[in-house]
Design a protein around this ligand. Structure first.
Ligand SMILES: [Cu+2]
Length: 318
């Protein structure tokens, strides 16, 4: 079990895969485990038998001295070789099953950053961060890339774990057969906040996914009242715009997570806080205490009114 703070909602269980690819990997693992267990029991069993059967008894004479036994030696060389051959072909078969390319798969670029995840859907023309929404029942191709250092994308229930490497693309093929929220984490040490680079993956029925995608594709909502307008002005007049994008405004930087629909996410900062107005305020005022080392500065000098308007504005970006 992972300790997962705000990021943890779904079950985290490597033994309960939710994709055909995950099941194939899990089946191979179980088969290998069972075969190894049988070999272990056989070796330990024979050893125990010999220890008891041929133990020294009182008045025993010196036992007969034997050297070598060709037939036995050939036997215990061939048997493991055969076992390895079987495992080899099972592995090849699993590999072919999990790496089979599915035509028409929905592509998602998964980009690891210090210390958050960027998700781009080139077929749908939308970009989001930290929470990956995917449709159930449709073949998916996750294209893993690294923006800075090597990270590793691990959601136990996918069965897969693959590195995100700068300058290289690693594919993960998946197809969900049940809806759910599946959590994971970065599993390649990538710097100070590696531990707070959680993954949250939301697999949802196709119609829900389409509705989500439709909403995410829209420009962020125009501020509808004075507070929200003030919040937007605070956002645009501060250095936020050097790092963040909000679709439909002049902010289009890509250093930090896209905030166009930030209000529709459940966590802040890759799982370090639940997404509530109080927590967002904490994040903005003292991000360096919440997530020390995060590549965003504290905004602890904003006047209170400005801060409140900014929080309302960001939470309203649904
Ligand atoms: Cu990491």
């Amino acid at each position: 079990m992972l300790v997962c703070g705000a990021a943890c909602r779904g079950p985290i269980d490597s033994f309960a895969p939710v994709t055909p690819q995950g099941r194939a990997i899990s089946d191979l693992f179980i088969a290998t485990l069972v075969l190894s267990a049988l070999v272990f029991l056989l070796v330990v069993g024979v050893l125990a038998y010999v220890l008891v059967r041929f133990r020294e008894r009182p008045n025993d004479a010196e036992p007969r001295q034997i050297h070598g036994n060709t037939r036995l030696e050939i036997g215990w060389t061939i048997a493991p070789v055969l076992l390895l051959v079987v495992l080899f072909f099972m592995t090849i078969q699993t590999q072919r099953a999990v790496e089979a390319e599915a035509p028409g798969a929905l592509r998602v670029r998964v980009i690891g950053h210090q210390w958050w995840w960027e998700y781009q859907y080139p077929d749908l023309g939308l970009i989001t961060a930290n929470e990956l929404h995917l449709p159930v029942g449709r073949p998916l191709r996750l294209e893993l890339e690294g923006a800075d250092v090597i990270h590793s994308y691990w959601v136990p229930q996918l069965g897969w774990k693959k590195d995100t490497i700068p300058g290289k693309t690693n594919d993960i093929w998946v197809q969900f057969d049940q809806a759910g929220v599946y959590d994971g984490a970065c599993t390649e040490y990538c710097g100070a906040q590696h531990a707070w680079m959680r993954v949250r993956l939301v697999a949802e029925p196709a119609d829900q996914f389409d509705a989500w995608a439709e909403q995410q594709r829209r420009p962020s909502p125009t501020p509808a009242n004075d507070t929200l307008r003030r919040g937007q002005a605070v956002f645009l007049q501060n250095t936020c715009v050097n790092c963040h994008a909000v679709a439909g405004t002049l902010a289009n930087a890509r250093v930090g997570p896209d905030l166009s629909h930030f209000g529709s996410r459940t966590t802040i900062g890759s799982g370090v806080l639940e997404n509530t107005p109080e927590n967002l305020r904490r994040w903005l005022a003292e991000v360096q205490r919440v997530k020390p080392g995060a590549l965003m500065p504290n905004y602890n000098t904003l006047p209170d009114d400005d801060m409140r308007a900014l929080v309302d504005y960001l939470e309203g970006l649904k």
